[in-house]
Design a protein around this ligand. Structure first.
Ligand code: ADP
Ligand code: MG
Length: 309
C-alpha cells in the first residue's frame, strides 16, 4: 500500500453525444490522490464532473482513458478487489420500491458476497436510525429515510472507503446532522471518506483536504486550511442606518451600492484589515445598522485560485 486510498492518473471521460448535441468531455485528464484516513472533499459547481468521477470509482460509469487504483488495486486488473474496497452513496434515490430496508441490505450484501454470518444489517440500520423501519416498504419511506437507506447500503460490505455524492443537497437540518455525525464516527473508526459538494462552507466544515474541479478539470488540491488561506477575497455587506450620501472608499476596496441601499465592499484580507473597512465606512459618515459577511461564491474562488498559480 502507498498510503493512498485512491490514485487516479490521466482520467478522461467523454460521453457520447445525445440527440442534437455533440460528445461531452466530462473529465479532462484528471490526476488525483486521496490519502487513507482522510475526509476528502471534491468541490465544484453543478456539471463540473463530480458524479462522473464518483461513478467511475463505483464502477457505474466506464472511463474513456486513464488509470484508477482503489486501495492499491487497479480497477482494470483487479475489478473485484477494487469494488470491494469502496461503498458509494449515490446522488440519485435509486431504490427498489418493493424491498424493505432489511431486505435491501441483505440483497446488497449478497451482491458483494458477504457471508450470512458476517452480515450486520441490524447494526447498520441502527447506525442510520432506520431500525424502526426495517420492515417497511421502501416506497412508504420519506425522502430523508431513503437517503439513510442509501447510506446503509453503501456500508454493508464494510468498505475501506465511503463515498457520498452530494449527501446534503436538499436534505433537512436533522438529516444533515445525522449524516455528518455518522461520517465523523466512521472516519474515527478508520474509514476514508470522500464527499462531493458544491458548497464551500460544507467542504470547509467537514474535510481535511479538498480538490476543486471545474469544467472537468482539477483547479486545485490542498489541505483545507491552505486552500482557504489562498482564497483571500472577502465581502462585507453594510446596511446603513439611513440612506448613505457618499460611499466609503479606501485602498484595496471595491465598493458598490445595492438596490436595497446596502453597501457591498469587497477586499483582500491580506492587504486590508476588516477594521480598515469599517473605518472607511465611518469616515464616509455612515452609521451602521447591520453588517454581514458574504460567502465567496465558487466562480470567484476559481478565478482566485487560477490567478494565484
Ligand atoms: P456534477 O456531478 O459535478 O454536477 P456530472 O458528472 O453529473 O457533474 O456531469 C458532468 C457533465 O457531464 C455535465 O455537463 C453533464 O451534463 C454531463 N453528463 C453527465 N452524465 C451524462 C450522460 N450520461 N450523458 C451525457 N452527458 C452526461
Ligand atoms: Mg453530481
Amino acid at each position: 500500500m502507498t498510503g493512498n486510498a485512491i490514485e487516479i492518473n490521466g482520467l478522461r471521460k467523454t460521453y457520447a453525444g445525445q440527440k442534437g448535441t455533440g460528445p461531452k468531455e466530462a473529465l479532462k485528464d484528471i490526476d488525483l490522490t486521496i490519502p487513507q484516513g482522510s475526509v476528502f472533499g471534491l468541490l465544484g459547481p453543478n456539471g463540473a464532473g463530480k458524479s462522473t468521477l464518483i461513478n467511475i470509482l463505483a464502477g457505474l460509469v466506464v472511463k474513456t482513458a486513464g488509470q484508477v487504483r482503489i486501495w492499491g488495486f487497479d480497477q482494470d486488473v483487479n475489478p473485484r478487489q477494487s469494488r470491494a474496497a469502496i461503498g458509494v452513496m449515490p446522488q440519485e434515490l435509486n431504490l427498489d420500491p418493493f424491498f424493505t430496508p432489511r431486505a435491501a441490505l441483505e440483497v446488497q450484501a449478497g451482491l458483494y458476497g458477504v457471508p450470512k454470518s458476517q452480515r450486520r444489517s441490524d447494526e447498520i440500520l441502527a447506525l442510520v436510525g432506520l431500525e424502526d423501519k426495517a420492515e417497511a416498504y421502501a416506497r412508504t419511506l420519506s425522502g430523508g429515510m431513503r437517503r439513510r437507506l442509501l447510506l446503509a447500503k453503501a456500508l454493508v460490505h464494510s468498505p475501506h472507503i465511503l463515498v457520498l455524492d452530494e449527501p446534503t443537497a436538499g436534505v433537512d437540518i436533522e438529516l444533515r446532522q445525522m449524516l455528518w455525525a455518522n461520517v465523523r464516527k466512521l472516519n474515527e473508526q478508520g474509514m476514508t471518506i470522500i464527499l462531493t459538494t458544491h458548497y464551500l462552507e460544507e467542504a470547509e466544515e467537514m474535510c481535511d483536504e479538498i480538490a476543486i474541479i471545474n469544467n472537468g478539470e482539477k483547479v486545485a488540491q490542498d489541505s483545507t486550511a491552505n486552500l482557504l488561506g489562498r482564497i483571500d477575497r472577502k465581502t462585507m455587506v453594510i446596511h446603513p442606518a439611513s440612506a448613505a450620501e457618499t460611499l466609503p472608499s479606501g485602498p484595496g476596496m471595491t465598493v458598490t451600492k445595492r438596490a436595497d441601499g446596502a453597501i457591498v465592499i469587497t477586499y483582500r484580507a491580506a492587504d486590508t484589515p476588516a477594521e480598515a473597512v469599517l473605518d472607511a465606512v465611518h469616515a464616509a459618515g455612515i452609521s451602521i445598522r447591520d453588517v454581514k459577511t458574504a460567502e465567496a461564491d465558487l466562480e470567484e474562488v476559481f478565478l482566485e485560485l487560477t490567478r494565484s498559480r
